[in-house]
Design a protein around this ligand. Structure first.
Ligand code: NAD
Length: 488
């Protein structure tokens, strides 16, 4: 049977990319070929941007309440196809079906919030700024925006931006991840049914050439990016040169602090294990470093339960409902993570739980699978503690008190998220106030902010000013026009 070749969606139509370069999309749990994704060229990207630019004048003049109706229609279609969309994510990415359902739900929530645009987009005014003179601010859209997406949340991440952008009256181009493009293809099949005017939303498959072409195109007014820190930094710099707006959400190395008085209930352990090993550790909001504060007894009390819980996580094909952790997304990721584990051993950390020893549920090829790993005796200067691993590996660091724990967190170049587990209000308050990360959890693992709050991120985890989601993203996708009036 011929393998399905993905197409681009430009100006309301599915079209072939103008390239003879394709990459294979392999199901990481089964090793089967799912599809081929084209590496679109600059010409493909320019066609998508032109379609978006041509659609912009009419779309910005469509009343916000009418623009919101398209989002309502899309929400209905997403609900009707909820399970199928989730299966696509699991099949191309490897995460469990439950994690994919969570991703689909989060995507829908973005649309639900964005459909409140008639209220969210309102400006403000003041009568009599001087005698008989009034002033007001009108929030206006800017034109064409785009999203350069990562592989790890292939359905949801473009929805952090697309619904808000078009609700504000802009038009949009998604460049999907070349590693997991099928979830966006599935989303755009439903967007096609919504019958938006041609060109309002466009999808281009591809890799670096397509991303660079989006940034090079003068008609693109702003770029949203989610991905690794080196690429985020490059995108921020390049867009700065041409004055494009940028939201660049980048890599992470998140700390979870366990204080000696932490309540270690079942719910705590479930939340912690999900933080570290959910999505096989491939999340910018994964726990990565565990910082255990206190004496040897407190340390042992916690670690015994954490190691036992991690060793019991069932690993296999994410479509199997009993499985708690799927494979990593491809064979190269697995080899890279094994390299990190080997380096950690050489640096002197103790590998308490070795996820290279596979215990898998069902008859699956071993190519992309790892079980959870836990390193103890990690010091903050080791690469295990400093570098993003993006795999199911937890590094355990110890600190004598909260002050030392906060110093260790601050010594790390990243600033995406951190959590503390304690029953002490003063420690919680100090953690929330002092820790320089964009997201904070108190007695909760590293969790993602809801669609109606901005997605935090600081230091090497974020480049830009306004963040994705919430009120920030409405400001990002609009510009306030100031009008001052006097009538004689
Ligand atoms: P990546 O940086 O390799 O790729 C992201 C996107 O950038 C892809 O679309 C890719 O095609 C494009 N790209 C890659 N190299 C490029 C280049 N040189 N020039 C232009 N474009 C380029 O990231 P990934 O491996 O797909 O995703 C994992 C990373 O994303 C991790 O670092 C993770 O922490 C991060 N992430 C961050 C957040 C957040 O909100 N902060 C959320 C999810 C993922």
């Amino acid at each position: 049977m011929a393998v399905k070749r993905l197409q681009n969606f430009i100006n309301g139509e599915w079209v072939d990319a103008s390239t003879d370069k394709f990459a294979e999309i392999i199901n990481p749990a089964r090793g089967t070929l799912l599809s081929e994704v084209p590496m679109s060229t600059k010409a493909d990207v320019d066609a998508a941007v032109k379609a978006a630019q041509d659609a912009y004048p009419d779309w910005r003049n469509t009343p916000p309440v009418a623009r919101a109706r398209y989002l309502h229609r899309l929400i209905e279609l997403l609900e009707d196809n909820f399970n199928e969309l989730s299966i696509v994510q699991t099949t191309e990415h490897g995460k469990t079906i439950d994690e994919s359902r969570g991703e689909t739900r989060r995507g829908i929530e973005m649309l639900e919030v964005a459909s409140g645009i008639p209220s969210l987009m309102q400006g403000y005014n003041l009568e009599d700024i001087a005698h008989g003179i009034d002033e007001y601010a009108i929030n206006q859209p800017l034109g064409v925006f785009c999203c350069i997406a990562p592989f790890n949340f292939p359905f949801m991440v473009p929805l952090w931006f697309l619904p808000f952008a078009i609700a504000c009256g802009n038009t949009f181009v998604v460049k999907s991840s070349p590693r997991t493009p099928m979830s966006q293809a599935a989303l755009f099949k439903l967007l096609e049914e919504v019958d938006l005017p041609p060109g309002v939303v466009n999808l281009v498959n591809g890799a670096n050439e397509a991303a660079e072409a989006l940034m090079d195109n003068p008609q693109v007014k702003g770029v949203t990016f989610v991905g690794s820190t080196p690429v985020g930094r490059h995108i921020y710099r390049k867009c700065g040169e041409t004055g494009k707006r940028v939201i660049a959400q980048a890599g992470a190395k998140n700390y979870v602090v366990i204080m000696p008085d932490a309540v270690l209930e079942e719910a705590t352990m479930v939340s912690l294990l999900a933080s570290f090993f959910g999505n096989a550790g491939q999340r910018c909001l994964s726990g990565s470093n565990l910082l255990v504060v206190g004496d040897d007894a407190a340390y042992k009390r916690f670690m015994d339960r954490f190691v036992e819980g991690a060793s019991k996580i069932s690993v296999g094909d994410g479509l199997d409902e009993s499985v708690q952790m799927g494979p990593v997304q491809n064979a190269e990721s697995k080899q890279r993570i094994i390299g990190v584990i080997e380096k950690g051993i050489v640096e002197g950390a103790k590998l308490t739980l070795d996820g290279r020893e596979l215990h898998l549920v069902g008859d699956v090829p071993e190519t992309c699978f790892l079980n959870p790993s836990i390193f103890e005796n990690v010091t903050p200067d080791m690469s295990l503690a400093r570098e993003e691993i993006f795999g199911p590996v937890a590094s355990v660091v110890r600190a004598k008190d909260l002050d030392e724990a906060i110093d260790i967190i601050h010594d790390n170049p990243y600033g995406n998220a951190s959590s503390i587990f304690t029953n002490n209000g003063k420690w919680s308050r100090q953690f929330q106030h002092d820790v320089n990360t964009g997201n904070i959890g108190i007695n909760i693992g590293i969790v993602a902010p809801m669609s109606f709050f901005p997605f935090g991120g600081r230091k090497d985890s974020f480049f830009g000013t306004l963040h994705g989601q919430g009120r920030d993203v409405i400001r990002f996708f609009t510009d306030p026009k100031i009008v001052i009036t006097r009538w004689f």
